[in-house]
Design a protein around this ligand. Structure first.
Ligand code: ATP
Ligand code: MG
Length: 247
C-alpha cells in the first residue's frame, strides 16, 4: 500500500502524521519505507533525530526523493516493502503530483482554521486532475490539531464532508503537546514520555481507520469476515459509505 500524506497548506501536520504512521505500522511488524518528498526535509531530519535517540532500533527505512523520481523510484521500491509512506510539502509541486500518481491512499490533514479550509477548492481540483492519471487512488481528509472548544471543528467538518472525491474520516486528532513535543527526539506519540493516553488513543483511532481501509481495498472478504467477528473502532457502515462499497 502506498500512502501519500499531503495537501497544499503548510503546517497542517503532514509530516507529523507521516512519521507516526510509519512508526506504528513498523511496530505492527510491517517493513516500511518513509519517502521524504518535501525539500524542507522534515521527515529526513526526524530520522536523523530518531537515529540518535533509538540507535539501531529506528524500525524503518527512510529516503529523500524529488520531482519525477518520487514516482519512478516509488514504483521500483514498492515490491520491496509492505507499505510506503510519502510525506510531501504543503504546495502543489511536481513532487506532490508524482506522489499522487502512484498513491493508493491520499490522506490530507486539515487544521480547523480558515486558511486551511480555503485550500479545499484547490485540493478538489487536484484530485479531479490526478484521477485521470491514477484512477484507483482514494482520497481521505480528517481534522488534525482539533480545538478543544468552540465550533470551528464542526464547521470545518461540514466543508470536508461536502468536498467531492474526498472522503471524510470521522477521527480527529487534538492540538496536543504530545504531538508537538516529539519531533526533536525523533519519537512517535506512543513512544513519548510522559505518556499521553488521549493523544495515543486519537492517533490509534486514525491508524485503525487506515488499517481497515487497507483491508477493505485489498482484501474486502477478509475485512468483512474480521469485522463480523470482532468489535472494531469504526463502523462498517461508515467505511462502506466512505468507500462507496456495496454488498
Ligand atoms: N496534533 C497536533 N498537535 C500539536 N501539534 C501538532 C499536531 N500536529 C502537528 N503539530 C505541530 O505542528 C507543526 C507542523 O507540523 P508538521 O511539520 O507535521 O506540518 P506539515 O504539514 O508537515 O508542515 P509543512 O507544510 O511545513 O511540511 C509542528 O511543530 C508539529 O509538531
Ligand atoms: Mg512537512
Amino acid at each position: 500500500m502506498i500512502y501519500v500524506i499531503s495537501g497544499i497548506k503548510g503546517g497542517s501536520g503532514k509530516s507529523k502524521i507521516a512519521t507516526n504512521l510509519t512508526i506504528e505500522l513498523a511496530k505492527q511488524g510491517h517493513d516500511i519505507l518513509l519517502i521524504d518528498a518535501d525539500d524542507q526535509a522534515t521527515a529526513s531530519y526526524f530520522m536523523a533525530f530518531r537515529n540518535e535517540t533509538k540507535q539501531e532500533e529506528v524500525g524503518y527505512t527512510s529516503i529523500q526523493l524529488a520531482n519525477k523520481a518520487v514516482r519512478n523510484q516509488t514504483l521500483r521500491l514498492k515490491k520491496k516493502y509492505d507499505h510506503l509512506i510519502i510525506d510531501t510539502g504543503g504546495r502543489d509541486t511536481v513532487s506532490q503530483r508524482a506522489a499522487i500518481s502512484v498513491a493508493d491512499i491520499y490522506l490530507i490533514p486539515f487544521a480547523p482554521r480558515s486558511l486551511d479550509i480555503w485550500t479545499l477548492e484547490k485540493v478538489v481540483d487536484i484530485l479531479e486532475e490526478m484521477t485521470a492519471i491514477n484512477p484507483t487512488f482514494k482520497a481521505f481528509s480528517f481534522i488534525n490539531k482539533a480545538d478543544f472548544q468552540g465550533t470551528d471543528n464542526q464547521e470545518v467538518e461540514k466543508f470536508l464532508k461536502e468536498a467531492a472525491n474526498l472522503n471524510f474520516l470521522p477521527v480527529s486528532i487534538g492540538n496536543r503537546k504530545a504531538f508537538a513535543n516529539t519531533a526533536a527526539q525523533g519519537l512517535g506519540v506512543t513512544e513519548f514520555k510522559p505518556v499521553d493516553k488521549k493523544a495515543i488513543a486519537e492517533f490509534m483511532g486514525l491508524l485503525s481507520y487506515l488499517t481497515n481501509i487497507d483491508h477493505l481495498i485489498t482484501r474486502p472478504w477478509y475485512f468483512r469476515n474480521q469485522f463480523l467477528k470482532t468489535e472494531r473502532h469504526v463502523s462498517i457502515k461508515a467505511i462502506r459509505q466512505t468507500l462507496c462499497v456495496r454488498d
